[in-house]
Design a protein. Structure first.
Length: 159
């Protein structure tokens, strides 16, 4: 089974979505046979990836960083979208952190990087804004020899 993980920014500018969707579809269409998609289903890149992966026939594995993770979905519709995707998952991995902290987010990203064959990174190439951000997970994966495919449109500024 091909295992593809995702890390990426939550704040994707609207003008970047078409490019990022196309990059994700292209990356996923290159695989033959069974595919597992690993995501924490955060708003932004994680949810976009999960949607596309499910549409491509992948089995979705959700990595939940903490017991209170759902409390972080505060904007209208965010929690419902998360719960919908979570309900479509084939498998859940719940990490043992009681609260959503930077350490919990880092652990979830590291879990995804450790358990995938390739990591897709919706990343502007800049350092993480906090521990466990996209830049940290890309570095973690690369240090372990994982192939990383970066998807970002040149000149796009993240939100």
């Amino acid at each position: 089974m091909n295992r593809i993980g995702v890390t990426g920014h939550r704040g994707i500018p609207p003008e970047g979505y078409a490019h990022i969707r196309a990059g994700m579809r292209a990356a996923l269409s290159g695989y033959q046979g069974a595919m597992e998609a690993l995501s924490s289903l955060a708003v932004g890149a994680d949810q976009l990836f999960a949607d596309i992966a499910l549409a491509c026939g992948a089995e979705l594995t959700v990595v939940i960083p903490s017991g209170d993770y759902e409390r972080g979905f505060t904007a209208p519709g965010e929690l419902a979208r998360y719960q919908d995707l979570r309900g479509r998952a084939s498998r859940e991995v719940k990490l043992g952190f009681p609260y959503s902290t930077d350490e919990a987010y880092y652990a979830a990203g590291a879990y995804i990087a450790d358990h995938c064959d390739r990591l897709l990174a919706v990343w502007d190439g800049r350092p993480a804004r906090g521990l466990g951000g996209t830049g940290d997970i890309v570095r973690y994966a690369r240090e372990r020899g994982k192939p990383v495919t970066v998807i970002w449109r040149e000149g796009l500024e993240r939100g």
